[in-house]
Design a protein around this ligand. Structure first.
Ligand code: SF4
Length: 441
């Protein structure tokens, strides 16, 4: 059971020097107890106290790394708005070793093409799960090697046969794949294989009681690089298991469940599969293994993941500088918007569709949207004029027209007065830009 703040406080040096980032040892003890600080921040803790406090200072969910910089776990809160979620759900696509060579190659090429750009950020599928379904250890090893040679994505090797897994893993150990799954029947061989090759291993059991028992037994082998699979494959059971595991790990600091959790989709229809995966990404899968590798299926899932795993206190922002769309010239229209990425890229996309080369100046509103920025006093005429002057727009166009978002039409008079430019009130929504732009000429 986790130590309370007062129990931790008793073991701290009580110098109240503030070097740990909080003013007192008591405040630091409270932060440690809630998982919001690391014991490493205090250099005065004695070794004896450090040993005693280890469990209190360990993160509630261990970070497990594998493959190409994939990190799972290391989350500290139940709800995103409490702080933030740190490590986006790792997404992996299954490749069965029962596919023939041509089918394997086609699948790998499809997976490699899963690159997306949204609100100025690049993102992609992180991994490939090679699944032994052929029953043939040599075939499993061959497919695993072929996938590894064709892509640098993180690898998951899945087989219930420790010998088959060993044959596939050993040539690829330097890629640090995740392996699985260890069950109550084979856990000694599986965990020792993982330990010998310094790779993480999935522990799979049917239900939470059996999973706790398996984790305890596996830890008894002197290894702790685990990823949990509670065995459920229906959406509702998996959601319940994910929620229980996360609550127990965060709220109760229940150490057997202080590991990342992996889930597997089970729906045959790709759209139903994506709906199932969205539930797992929302709460609280550290990794999801999918069948579909179609871009159109995966885009909504990755968009959802991107939204959940942004820091709610730090909206994604674009650089507040003068941007151009197309081959601008001195007659190009000049738009004002905010530097909230979603707002900016919505405007940019519509300006591009209008096929009229234009300038866009996103004002630094700390990444807030137009109405929020205005309500917070971050989209004031004075600030816009300052940004215009800094951007050099007056030297780039010969007209003196500013197009402002329709939602802030109220600032048009003062902006015209301060800037000396004519203020044109644009559409309220970016979707109106294309038709609005036709009125400009
Ligand atoms: Fe106390 Fe250590 Fe923090 Fe100093 S650095 S206030 S001794 S916990």
């Amino acid at each position: 059971m986790a130590l309370t703040g007062l129990e931790i406080y008793k073991q701290l040096p009580k110098k109240n020097c503030g070097e740990c980032g909080v003013p007192t040892c008591l405040a630091f003890a409270m932060a440690l107890a809630s998982g919001k600080a690391s014991l490493d921040s205090c250099q005065y803790v004695t070794e004896a106290a450090r040993d005693n406090l280890d469990s209190a200072s360990a993160p509630p969910i261990k970070a497990i790394k594998f493959g190409n910089e994939s990190v799972m776990g290391d989350e500290t809160v139940l709800f995103r708005h409490d702080k933030t979620f740190y490590h986006p759900t790792t997404l992996l696509i299954q490749v069965s070793d029962s596919l023939n060579d041509d089918e394997v190659n086609a699948k790998i090429e499809e997976i490699k093409g899963l690159e997306f750009e949204r609100v100025g950020l690049q993102y992609s599928i992180e991994g490939v799960a090679i699944v032994q379904e052929s029953g043939d250890a040599a075939r499993f090893a061959k497919v695993a090697s072929a996938v590894a040679a064709a892509t640098d994505k993180s690898l998951l090797l899945l087989s219930s046969d420790p010998e088959a897994l060993k044959a596939a893993l050993e040539p690829l150990a330097s890629r640090k794949p995740l392996i699985g799954a260890a069950t109550s029947d084979n856990y000694e061989a599986m965990v020792n294989l993982a330990k010998d090759n310094s790779v993480p291993v999935i522990l799979k059991a049917d239900g939470l009681d059996a999973l706790e028992e398996l984790v305890t037994k596996a830890q008894g082998l002197g290894y702790k690089e685990f990823v949990l699979d509670p065995g459920s494959r229906t959406t509702v059971d998996t959601l319940a298991n994910l929620t229980h595991i996360r609550r127990l790990a965060i709220k109760k600091k229940f150490r057997p469940f202080g590991f990342p959790v992996i889930t597997f989709t089970s729906k045959a229809d790709p759209l139903e599969e994506i709906m199932q995966a969205t539930v797992y990404v929302a709460k609280y899968a550290s990794a999801v293994v999918l069948n579909t590798s179609k871009k159109a299926h995966l885009l909504p899932l990755m968009t959802l993941r991107q939204n959940i795993y942004t820091d709610p206190q730090k909206p994604i922002q674009v650089e507040p500088k003068l941007h151009t769309v197309g081959n601008v010239d001195e007659n190009s229209p000049f738009y004002i918007t905010t530097n909230f990425s979603l707002t900016y890229y919505s405007v940019e996309g519509e300006v591009e569709t209008s096929k009229i080369p234009s300038y866009i100046l996103p004002i630094d509103t700390d990444g807030t949207s137009v109405l929020t920025a205005y309500a917070a006093g971050k989209l004031e005429p004075e600030k816009i004029v300052e940004a215009m002057n800094a951007s050099g727009i007056a030297d780039k166009v010969k007209h003196r027209n500013i197009i402002i978002p329709g939602y802030v039409a109220v600032i048009s008079g003062k902006l015209a007065e301060l800037s000396g430019w004519k203020t044109i009130v644009g559409p309220r929504e970016s979707s109106g830009i294309v038709s609005f732009s036709k009125t400009l000429s």
